[in-house]
Design a binder for this molecule. Structure first.
Ligand code: HEM
Length: 176
C-alpha cells in the first residue's frame, strides 16, 4: 500500500533535504514548512508523521496549494469514517483548478487527513462554496458531535512558494 509521510521544520533545512530527493514536495504554512513524501518505500524522514493512502484521485504536483483537513477519529469510528468516503470523490475532477485528492489513514495518531491540492487558493474557495461540497458534507451536520470524532477537525493550508516569493511574483506581474 502506498504510504504518505510528512515532516515539519524550518524552510532552509527542509529545502536542503528536498534538493537531494526529487520525490519530496516542499510547502509552506503559517509559521512552519513541511516536506511531503508519497512512496511505496520506507520514509526518508527521521520522525515522520506516517499515513496509508486509502483513496486517491490525480497526481500530486510540486507546485500548488494544499488544503489539509485534519480529522481526529475514534478507533471505533474508523470503519464508519472510511466507508463514507467510498464512491464519494468522483466529482472533484470536474472542478477547475483541482489537482489531487488523498485520503490519509494515520499510522501513528488518530487524525485522518483529507488532502486536496489546487492550482490556486481561489479554486479551493470555489469548490468549498460549490453544490458538490455541500452535497458531500450535508450529512456531517448530524454526524458532528457523535462518537466517531475524537475531537474537532482543523484545516491547515500550504503553499509551495514561500509567501514573500509570491508577493514578489505578484509585484513583477503588476509591472508588466
Ligand atoms: C467540519 C469539517 C469537516 C468534516 C467533519 C468533514 C468530514 C468529511 C466526511 C465524513 C466525508 C465523507 C463524505 C460523506 O460523509 O458523505 C468528507 C468528504 C470530503 N471532504 Fe470533508 N469534512 C469537513 C470539511 C472539509 C474541508 C474543509 C475539506 C477541504 C480539504 C474537506 C475535504 C473533503 C473531500 C475532498 C471529501 C471527498 C468528497 C468530495 O469530493 O466532496 N472536507 N468530509
Amino acid at each position: 500500500m502506498t504510504k504518505f509521510y510528512m515532516t515539519t521544520g524550518t524552510r532552509n533545512f527542509l529545502k536542503k533535504a528536498q534538493e537531494k530527493n526529487d520525490e519530496l514536495i516542499l510547502s509552506h504554512g503559517s509559521g512552519h514548512s513541511v516536506l511531503m513524501h508519497e512512496t511505496n518505500g520506507p520514509s526518508v524522514f527521521q520522525t515522520p508523521r506516517s499515513y496509508e493512502v486509502i483513496a486517491s484521485v490525480g497526481e500530486l504536483e510540486k507546485i500548488g496549494y494544499f488544503v489539509l483537513n485534519n480529522i481526529p477519529v475514534t478507533d471505533e469510528g474508523r470503519p464508519i469514517f472510511e466507508y463514507r468516503f467510498k464512491n464519494n470523490t468522483s466529482k472533484l475532477q470536474d472542478h477547475v483548478g483541482f489537482i489531487a485528492f488523498r485520503l490519509l489513514r494515520p499510522i501513528n495518531s488518530d487524525t485522518y487527513i483529507v488532502l486536496t491540492e489546487w492550482s490556486d487558493p481561489k479554486y479551493y474557495d470555489l469548490w468549498k462554496n460549490s453544490r458538490d461540497f455541500a452535497q458531500s458534507h450535508k450529512e456531517d451536520k448530524q454526524a458532528r458531535g457523535t462518537s466517531i470524532y475524537a475531537s474537532k477537525s482543523y484545516v491547515t493550508t500550504y503553499r509551495t512558494r514561500p509567501i514573500d516569493e509570491e508577493e514578489h511574483a505578484e509585484a513583477i506581474s503588476e509591472e508588466e
